[in-house]
Design a protein around this ligand. Structure first.
Ligand SMILES: Cc1ncc(COP(=O)(O)O)c(C=O)c1O
Length: 413
């Protein structure tokens, strides 16, 4: 089966059944499988910057888009094409574009959507660098960005204007796990103007737990650094959406504006990680639920932010749009910031590090690390408290993660 995406031809195994009819686990392993001359089972690492043309005419034709085939790895490569095919399948999108990082995906998607004078409406609680891109980056180029709390859908109704081009949010949000109703938000934006592009960062959920395109969003972006790769050894991103939009992101957003292309080696690691996405997410979520319940009942803990807890604000909407509540949670301790830091420094199994979605449990202080791009006033507006500690629950035995926290928390009582 030959699939055309822009001027790039992806060759799929001819004898393959209609992959959309197969289950998630089958697709995460088999989607986009190529035939290759050596018969290699795994898609090889096509470690090449450029591709040979048979003739000057052929090269010209490929650039003109009148002939299919690879040109140069910044525009496409068989290793990255495999990752793109798998993630497009899993998200239910027409096409995907693999990028060098999550920020590469977000910036390439936004550069492809907006121009000076346009308006973006974004939720106020975002990953710190996404917030910086919107609040301090794009605004330098004549783009107006309005930050609102999208947990209340009426806020979006009030904020929409004739200049709105993009509605942007994460759900669950980094780092407060706020849950935003994807279906309701997309409906509100599209009822106002069907041309508004609703972009959802699906990093925390992954397509195994939540598929925004099926709920009415137009574009999904990911930090594939996290669960999609899943092993803490790659920085990567992906954009998923309609084929025409992905071609614009490839041939403008990445080719000309950011250059943020995924390397063939990282594509190989991504492809390997994706094969176990479902079983990793099941285990991550089961572990997170156990740790969240333990923390919720511990007397040294003031608040637990986790969409799987019944008393969490976003619980009902999470239940509606996610198959499991994810595996990132945040806590506030009753102790002050200094005592909290001193306690966390005594963790032995869990690692103090930013990032999430890795096999190892990672613990970080949002205000001074991932969200240090926010001023103290902006943190307050985004409901990110000074004491908030974000925990990405790993794949270790849950009893061991709990024991590590119990030891440091018991000392605070
Ligand atoms: C929700 C979310 N989106 C985007 C990013 C940026 O991804 P990357 O670090 O791969 O550029 C991150 C990084 O932590 C994130 O948590």
């Amino acid at each position: 089966m030959l699939i055309r995406e822009g001027n790039i031809l992806i060759e799929r195994m001819n004898n393959f059944m209609d992959i959309k009819k197969q289950g998630f686990a089958t697709r995460q392993i088999h989607a986009g499988k190529e035939s290759n001359s050596a018969g290699a089972l795994c898609t090889p690492i096509y470690q090449t910057s450029t591709f040979e043309f048979d003739s000057v005419e052929q090269g010209g034709n490929r650039f003109a888009g009148t002939e299919d085939g690879y040109i140069y790895t910044r525009l496409g490569n068989p290793s990255t094409a495999r990752v793109e095919a798998i993630i497009a399948e899993l998200e239910g999108g027409e096409a995907a574009l693999a990028t060098a990082s999550g920020m590469g995906a977000i910036s390439a998607a936004l550069w492809s959507l907006i121009e000076a004078g346009d308006e973006i409406i974004a939720d106020e609680t975002l990953y710190g660098c996404t917030y910086a891109l919107l609040a301090h980056g794009l605004t330098k180029f004549g783009v107006n960005v309005k930050f609102i709390d999208m947990a209340d859908p009426s806020n979006l109704k009030d904020a929409l204007s004739d200049k709105t081009k993009v509605v942007y949010f994460e759900t669950p949000c980094n780092p407060t796990l706020k849950v935003i109703d994807i279906e309701e938000t997309a409906k509100t934006a599209h009822e106002y103007n069907s041309n508004i592009c609703v972009v959802v960062d699906n990093t925390f959920a992954t397509p195994y737990l939540q598929r925004p395109l099926e709920l009415g969003a137009d574009v999904v972006v990911h930090s594939a650094t996290k669960y999609l790769n899943g092993h803490g050894d790659v920085i990567a991103g992906v954009i998923v959406g309609k084929a025409d939009f992905i071609t614009t992101c490839r041939m403008f957003g990445v080719k000309d504006m950011t250059g943020a292309v995924m390397s063939p080696f990282n594509a190989f690691l991504m492809q390997r990680g994706l094969k176990t996405l479902d079983i990793r997410m099941e285990r991550h979520c089961a572990n997170a639920m156990k740790v969240a319940e333990f923390l919720h009942d511990h007397p040294a803990v003031d608040k637990v932010y986790y969409p799987g807890l019944k008393d969490f604000e976003g619980y009902e909407i999470a239940k509606k749009q996610m198959s499991l509540p994810g595996a990132v949670l945040s806590i506030e301790l009753k102790a002050d910031r200094e005592k909290t830091a001193a306690a966390l420094n005594k963790l032995e199994l869990c690692t103090i590090a930013v990032s999430l979605g890795s096999d190892e449990t990672l613990v970080e202080h949002a205000a001074s690390m991932t969200h240090s791009t926010y001023t103290p006033e902006e943190l307050k507006a985004a409901n990110i408290s000074e004491g908030l500690v974000r925990i990405s629950i790993g794949l270790e035995d849950p009893e061991d993660i709990i024991a590590d926290f119990k030891r440091i928390l018991d000392e605070l009582i």
